[in-house]
Design a binder for this molecule. Structure first.
Ligand SMILES: [Zn+2]
Ligand SMILES: [Zn+2]
Length: 86
């Protein structure tokens, strides 16, 4: 016999084991978090993440130099810093 006691019922995620009190929360988790491909792509490398804050951390750590160069350029003119070898 199944009792639908909503207050005591929990909804564990089959994929990662996270437990939610509401089915809507689990549904949201499944739709937006669990098993969802990371949507935020680093513009500079193949790194991908689900969270914008993670991308910021990644950018600050890995591409700090790049951003510093971008922001230090007077008009964002990248070609001026290029060295033609031919
Ligand atoms: Zn999950
Ligand atoms: Zn990157």
């Amino acid at each position: 016999m199944v009792y639908l006691n909503r207050q005591r019922m929990t909804y564990p995620c089959k994929n990662c084991g996270k437990i939610y009190s509401y089915y809507s929360s689990l549904a949201r988790h499944l739709k937006h978090e669990c098993g969802v491909e990371p949507k935020i792509q680093c513009p500079l490398c193949p790194y991908r993440t689900k969270h914008k804050s993670s991308l910021n951390t990644h950018l600050n750590g890995r591409h700090m130099k790049f951003w510093n160069e971008i922001y230090s350029l007077p008009n964002g003119n990248k070609t001026s810093s290029m060295n033609a070898k031919n």
